[in-house]
Design a protein around this ligand. Structure first.
Ligand code: DGJ
Length: 729
């Protein structure tokens, strides 16, 4: 028996490429950060350090100064089973423990940095765990993930399988995280870490961005600051259920674990199969939360969000303009009106499809992706041509992962929806909505086909809004075998990514928005395939300032779809000036979400000028570096942020009055990210026709004054706002 184990371990090791000589200490560095692991052969892998970049000569210093973390790099449930851990399995013989030691280290270069793969095997069982680390050198990001394999006879059950563990030295450590609800996504909470276990978790099943978010910042030097103090940022790249746990126990550490949530998700791993966890991306910054955000933004623009090398079009989306009342006349009129204002892309939202069951209410037709000829007698191509005739592009809404109990699709394929045998289904939106079973390859083909058919028949569709409005109810698959039902939560998302990859392979150019009934699909699990996401179904400009602020902790402006909508706002009922609405929407990918024919002449005139001005600042916003200046969450009466281009020659500054009282003290705002030695000329943008530009317009200031002393804003009315462009002189 012993012999057999030994030979399988040897087999495993020899299969894993390199000869077994490596340096005991693995120093993994980016431009400004370092992670150090102690990988002694036949010893457990330890994490010694994560923080400011250290050089070769400081390796020993870490130990000499006793500042090494010296923790298992990937704690497992083993003989010391009293501690929180990252992995727990059941072996074929019923044994529930692991005892992992280092067997192999492989280092290689990548085009972004380097990859380090450290394989550990169980001392007794032919069970191997590889911890992977991949650096994005310039962006100061280290991605880490785990691969699990075994050679046991039969099935090993993975009961818990986190992507990562990170020990954080106790101190005045604060956690910042995002949470919310539909139309109230992305509230920000910052709290000091205290004893006990804090879990951030999601079990929506299909979208994971509505309530909590799998992205956190740890401020190591007390209350979070935008531009000071050490920060560790952490982002889980997974679109399904997750669990982020911080266990603050009797030790000197906060123990941070993150991965797929193991709720009803025991994974049955066959001999020779590899289970790969999602990636966890860490960044470290000495420049506060703002520094960590800018690292994530660069990483996102360099590949984690699709298509960021191209600037995004200004679009009008039909939803809040006509809702489901799509008809040819209105579509033509919206296209024409928007083109006249300088718009670049028109998107027809929900309501255009359904033959036997036309989509007149939200309770039918999903899955029946054919044009409703009564609403659009001349068909899709006519609208596309109309848009082109007006010099703008055309986009369309779909919700490919779902169907309704009233649809031709479910009549044809009742087995394609997730369902629990013998139980009445639980329905979502409209009292009829069901989720397709993406674990099933036939369903994956169908979903790929929806996009493929649209783009084959109409190759000049430039944009797709991919919506997802239903949770993963009815936990049961007719496709997966009985003993693999616990794979649904995981295999659903693997199926989704598989479809998205196929779409991207064939259609790299089309811009695709991830929408999840608002902000439900804000997730780095899928953003490598989507160009942008819908921040929220709430388009109220005031609340959007909070949402966009918090979302920008982790996501870049180019990915954030921000639309100017009607006033009073449809979600909050608040009335806000058009200028304020534009000034808020312009900090991301600008769009509109209203019926243009309801705008009066002066509103159209303002919108036309604002759209033209956005075009001039678009590169700075969509490709520039974000500096958040005054947080709306700090309740100072204002909020302010700015974008600066890479060589600090141009910048755009935004400020908003968040509340209004007589004689209230509005603080001076100090800019950031400029070059102290440069001089900048200020031009105010988006000035209403009946107003004068502010006192700063046309003046030239040094970067030093703008950053060290700051500017007075003179925001003298309710919902006053300013957009200032700064150009180096
Ligand atoms: C939810 C989305 O968030 C909205 O923008 C809109 O597309 C509706 N679905 C359409 O049903």
């Amino acid at each position: 028996m012993k012999k057999l184990f030994l030979s399988t371990i040897l087999l495993l090791i020899s299969a894993l490429t390199m000869a077994a000589t490596w340096e005991r200490e693995q120093l993994i560095s980016t431009r400004n950060s370092s992670l150090m692991l102690t990988a002694g052969e036949n010893e457990p892998l330890k994490i010694a350090y994560y923080g400011d970049r250290i050089g070769e000569e400081e390796r020993n210093n870490i130990h000499e100064a006793w500042v090494g973390l010296n923790r298992d790099a990937y704690p497992v449930f083993g003989t010391t089973c009293i501690f929180t851990n990252a992995m727990q399995v059941t072996h074929t013989d019923g044994n529930m423990t692991l005892d992992l030691i280092v067997k192999d280290v492989v280092r290689s270069n990548t085009n972004r940095g380097e990859k380090v793969a450290i394989t550990m095997t169980d001392r007794v069982y032919p069970f191997a765990v590889t911890l992977n680390y991949e650096t994005h050198y310039e962006e100061d990001i280290i991605e880490t993930w785990v691969e699990v394999q075994h050679n046991e006879k039969g099935i090993v059950t993975l009961n818990r399988f986190d992507s990562s563990y990170m020990p954080i030295r106790k101190g005045n450590v604060w956690l910042s995280h995002l949470h919310g609800a539909w139309a109230a996504e992305s509230w920000l909470t910052a709290e000091p870490l205290n004893h006990g276990i804090l879990e951030i978790r999601n079990t929506d099943g299909s979208r994971n961005g509505h309530y909590n978010r799998p992205e956190v910042m740890f401020s190591l030097d007390g209350e979070p600051s935008e531009n000071q103090g050490r920060v560790i940022g952490a982002v889980l790249c997974w679109s399904g259920n997750y669990s982020l746990r911080i266990d603050t126990d009797k030790s000197h550490m906060h123990h941070f674990f993150a991965g797929i949530c193991n709720e009803a998700s025991q994974y049955k791993l066959a001999k020779g199969e590899t289970f790969v966890t999602p990636r966890m991306a860490y960044t470290y910054s000495q420049r506060g939360i703002g520094g960590a955000s800018r690292n994530f933004h660069k990483w996102a623009r360099n590949g984690m969000v699709h298509g960021c090398n191209t600037q995004r079009d200004i679009l009008l989306n039909s939803w809040e303009g006509v809702y489901l009342d799509i008809n040819e006349k209105d579509m033509e009129q919206m296209i024409s009106d928007f083109a006249a204002m300088g718009g670049e892309l028109f998107v027809m939202d929900d309501g255009w499809f359904g033959d036997k069951y036309p989509r007149t209410k939200d309770n039918s037709s999903l899955g029946d992706w054919v044009v409703d000829n009564n609403k659009l007698p001349k068909g899709l191509q006519h609208l596309i041509n109309t848009a082109h005739g007006k010099g703008i592009k055309f986009g369309i809404w779909i919700e490919p992962e779902a169907t309704n109990s009233i649809s031709e699709l479910i009549e044809k394929h009742p087995d394609w929806v997730l369902q629990v045998k013998g139980r009445e289904p639980h329905y979502g939106r409209g009292g009829t909505q069901l989720l397709l079973d993406l674990t099933n390859p036939a369903v994956q083909d169908f979903i790929f086909g929806i996009v493929d058919n649209l783009l084959t028949q109409h190759p000049d569709i430039a944009y797709i809004k991919w919506d997802a409005n239903v949770e993963l109810f009815n936990y049961g698959s007719t496709y997966l075998p009985q003993d693999r039902q616990s794979h649904i939560y995981i295999d659903y998302h693997r199926g989704l990514v598989n479809v998205l990859q196929r779409i991207r392979n064939k259609y790299p150019q089309v811009v695709i928005q991830a929408c999840g009934g608002g902000g439900g699909r804000i997730s780095y699990g899928v953003m490598p395939y989507f160009d942008e996401f819908w921040v929220s179904d709430n388009t109220d400009a005031l609340q959007r300032i909070y949402m966009q602020w918090a979302t920008s902790y982790f996501y870049p402006a180019i990915a954030m779809a921000q639309h100017v909508s009607a006033s009073p706002n449809h979600q909050t009922g608040r009335s806000v000036p058009l200028k304020f609405r534009f000034d808020v929407a312009m900090t991301g990918r600008l769009g509109m979400e209203l019926q243009p024919k309801d705008m009066n002449d002066s509103e159209r005139d303002f919108a036309t000028r604002a759209i033209a001005q956005y075009k001039t600042i678009r590169p700075i916003i969509q490709m520039g570096n974000l500096y958040r200046l005054v947080s709306p969450f700090d309740k100072q009466g204002i909020a302010s942020l700015m974008y600066v281009n890479d060589d600090a020659s141009q910048a755009v500054f935004f400020a908003y009055k968040m509340e209004h009282f007589n004689n209230m003290n509005v603080q001076r705002v100090r800019m950031d990210g400029l070059d102290a030695l440069k001089k900048y000329k200020i031009t105010e943008l988006n000035v209403p026709a009946d107003k004068q530009p502010c006192h700063l317009d046309g003046k030239i200031f040094t970067g030093r004054l703008l950053m060290n002393t700051g500017i007075e804003l003179n925001l003298d009315s309710e919902y006053a706002s300013r957009v200032l462009m700064l150009v180096e002189q």
